[in-house]
Design a protein around this ligand. Structure first.
Ligand SMILES: [Fe+2]
Ligand SMILES: [Fe+2]
Length: 223
């Protein structure tokens, strides 16, 4: 197995348990009625995610001398894009009188904070689950009944696709070294599992029928 194949193997192995259900739930969240308060809360939460991601990547540029100039530039660039997404979401929320000051930014900071104090290699893999943001935004762009929401998602989706590509090539690069594969698998599971906890909690708090969504995911996938 080369690096890329090993990464594909990981994705396949954990799809039924991690990626699959997470994506099913995020798609269901994207289908919430755009006029509902729950949808506004969903966008508030997304705004906070973007902000904590942007902050963490900005800090990492200064934090890790191990990053080469090219990588440093890419991380700074991604931080700028996540800040931009935060601004877009904030404008959207303002347009519907649902600004985000009532939600603590700390709620989403904890995930990234753990990657700012230690191993640069762990930091490099901290956004393995970025793929779920891509699927969420694509779905929002394609299915939302509100043209403003479709435009909002469209404005962010290409950036997120770029971020996902970066994660993919990081993963494949690390996986080329067979000695690093255990570490990689551990980070992969940790990152997706943490995403799962957050997304499931969010779904419950926003009143989604989680059990129903998961049951139909299993049925569709023959699990
Ligand atoms: Fe983003
Ligand atoms: Fe991103």
């Amino acid at each position: 197995m080369n690096g890329r194949e090993f990464v594909e193997f990981l994705y396949r192995k954990y799809y039924p348990e991690l990626e699959g259900p997470i994506i099913a739930v995020r798609k269901a969240l994207a289908e919430l009625d755009p006029k509902s308060p729950a949808f506004a809360q969903l966008m508030q939460r997304q705004a906070k995610r973007e902000l904590s991601h942007a902050r963490a990547f900005s800090k990492a540029v200064l934090q890790y001398p191990e990053l080469d100039p090219h990588e440093r530039a890419e991380i700074a660039h991604q931080a700028a894009e996540e800040f931009e997404h935060y601004a877009l979401l904030k404008d959207y929320l303002k347009s519907r009188d649902a600004d985000i000051e009532d939600l603590s930014a700390d709620a989403y900071g904890a995930y990234f904070d753990q990657f700012l104090t230690g191993d640069v290699e762990a930091f490099r893999l901290c956004n393995i689950a970025e793929k779920s943001a891509v699927v969420f935004l694509r779905h929002l762009r394609d299915v939302s009944t509100d043209p403003d929401v479709r435009r909002l998602a469209q404005a962010m989706v290409a950036d997120e696709e770029g971020h996902e590509d970066r994660v993919k090539s990081q993963l494949a690069k690390i996986a080329e070294n067979e000695n690093r594969r255990d570490f990689l698998a551990k980070q992969f599971v940790q990152s997706w599992a943490s995403q799962k906890t957050g997304v499931f909690l969010e779904a419950r708090e926003l009143g989604l029928d989680l059990e129903k969504v998961l049951a139909s995911f299993k049925q569709a996938e023959n699990l």
